[in-house]
Design a protein around this ligand. Structure first.
Ligand code: 4AD
Ligand code: MG
Length: 439
């Protein structure tokens, strides 16, 4: 009788049936009479027992070899545990690709102590490890559920260009490229393009790579990251804050409830609970007072003053001490980008928000946008940007301006928080930072 070919995850339900599974040898223990192996196919892991001739033939097997296994799925006896609660009693196997020995180096145990640069050189193999592959599955669930949330909120997905001739977040982190002899850049943010879609499609979002030439190495900066951005028309600042809060609480809840990703989050970050709204809303000026009162000092080792940028270390100390998500709002004009709208009741500050999460700090940045042409031109002037290349962006104000706002969310940062990873490098398949673009 021909066995049913099945993915490992589905095989768990096929007890007492003869099946065919395919995958890679994840663990291996061979003795004279019996061989035990764990096969991995990306959908799951299955423990397999080989005996008799099969065990004899297994002596040459190596970790990471690819195989077909044929056998009967058996429920595990009481007191034993294995993935899916089953064991495959193998009666026949076929080797597809025999791997050289030495793949042990990429097993999880060794990864924990290994030289990080070696593991980065071998990222294509390290991705097969249990921890990295678990984070990548949570990442997939996060992106899937972000789309689900936007669908529920009636936002339309768009795909803005990645090769551009405008900056969004400051000239110092631009990657320049030679575009048929003209200067162009890899996009830092799709925000300006998203704004142009509002009058065409209404509320929009994109999930796109953003590029930043960040010279220093930190726990939370990559040169290429997956940026989730949205732009909403005819809203007020409070609507923006409520929307961001709803996104974070709902999407995290969806990921935790996901039958695949939920248990992986629990494994990576035991005891994690999805945060519930409303989040603390803290004004920048009150954060400055908080930092002063807690003796936390600025980058120049001086007492914090209104107008200072709250850099990574101080920001993280504050949110770690408070221990809950914070919507930090109303940043001063001078430390924010040219496009941010000023507060009507205090023109020194903007209708801006950073979402801070414990252990990571800023995971999201957003604002209401200047919707008046003259004011926008003054913003360009303040930052020393020639507005010529931005004519299409400025014209949104000419042809039917509207109050609008949006935000950008760093996928790897939210994952670092959700999966309790020390750096964002563990939350992206192939990390890019200065000195690293291979593999
Ligand atoms: O705060 P940022 O620079 O804001 C913008 O780009 C806005 N134009 C977004 C918008 O309003 N549409 O970046 C937004 C988020 C940050 O909060 C952070 O989570 C992430 O993007 N981010 C990075 N993640 C990894 N590596 C980097 N170098 C990052 N820079 C920003
Ligand atoms: Mg920011």
């Amino acid at each position: 009788e021909k066995p049913t070919y099945t993915k490992i995850l589905k095989s768990y339900a096929l007890k007492d049936q003869r099946v065919k599974v395919a995958g890679w040898v994840h663990r291996l223990r061979v003795s004279k009479k019996l061989a035990f192996l764990v096969l991995r196919d990306g959908s799951g892991y299955i423990q397999a027992v080989l005996s008799g001739d099969c065990a004899l033939a297994a002596v040459n097997l190596t970790l990471e070899s690819s195989l077909y296994l044929y056998g009967t799925v058996k429920a595990l006896p009481e007191g034993k545990s294995a993935p899916g609660g089953v064991e495959l009693s193998v009666d026949y196997f076929e080797v597809v690709g025999l791997a050289p020995s030495g793949a042990e180096a990429f097993s999880n145990k060794i990864q924990e102590n290994a030289d990080p640069s070696l593991l980065l050189d071998q990222r294509h193999l390290a991705l097969r490890g249990e921890t990295l592959s678990a984070v990548m599955k949570v990442r997939a669930s996060f992106l899937k559920n972000i789309r689900r949330f936007y669908e529920e909120e009636s936002l339309t997905e768009v795909t803005p260009p990645n090769m551009v001739q405008t900056q969004v977040e400051g000239g110092s982190t631009l990657f320049k490229l030679d575009y048929y002899g003209e200067e162009a850049y890899l996009t830092q943010s799709s925000q300006l393009y998203l704004e142009t879609f509002n009058a065409a499609l209404g509320d929009v979002y994109c999930i796109a790579e953003s590029f930043r030439a960040e010279k220093s190495h930190t726990r939370r900066h990559l040169s290429e990251y997956t940026h989730v951005e949205a732009e909403l028309a005819f809203i007020e600042f409070n609507d923006l804050l409520n929307h961001i809060e709803k996104l974070l609480t709902n999407v995290i809840k969806y990921v935790i409830e996901d039958p695949i990703a939920g248990p992986l989050v629990e494994q990576l970050n035991p005891g994690f609970k999805a945060p519930e709204g409303p989040f603390i809303r803290m004004e920048y000026k009150d954060a400055i007072t908080w930092l002063q009162e807690h003796g936390i000092r600025n980058e120049e080792d001086k007492e914090f003053q209104f107008g200072d940028d709250i850099a990574e270390a101080a920001e993280r100390k504050m949110v770690d001490t408070i221990g809950k998500p914070i919507l930090l709002i109303r940043f001063p004009v001078a430390i924010k980008s040219f496009y941010m709208k000023k507060c009507a009741d205090d023109p020194r500050v903007t209708e801006s928000v950073d979402v801070l999460m414990p252990t990571v700090g800023e995971i999201t940045g957003g604002s209401m946008r200047i919707d008046d042409t003259e004011e926008l031109l003054a913003g360009f002037k303040r930052e020393g940007i020639d507005p010529a290349a931005y004519y299409w962006f400025i014209e949104q104000r000419t042809y039917g301006t509207c109050p609008h706002g949006g935000y950008g969310l760093g996928t790897e940062r939210i994952l670092a928080w959700l999966c309790n990873r020390f750096t964002v490098r563990e939350c992206v398949p192939y990390p890019r930072f200065s000195g690293r673009a291979t593999p």
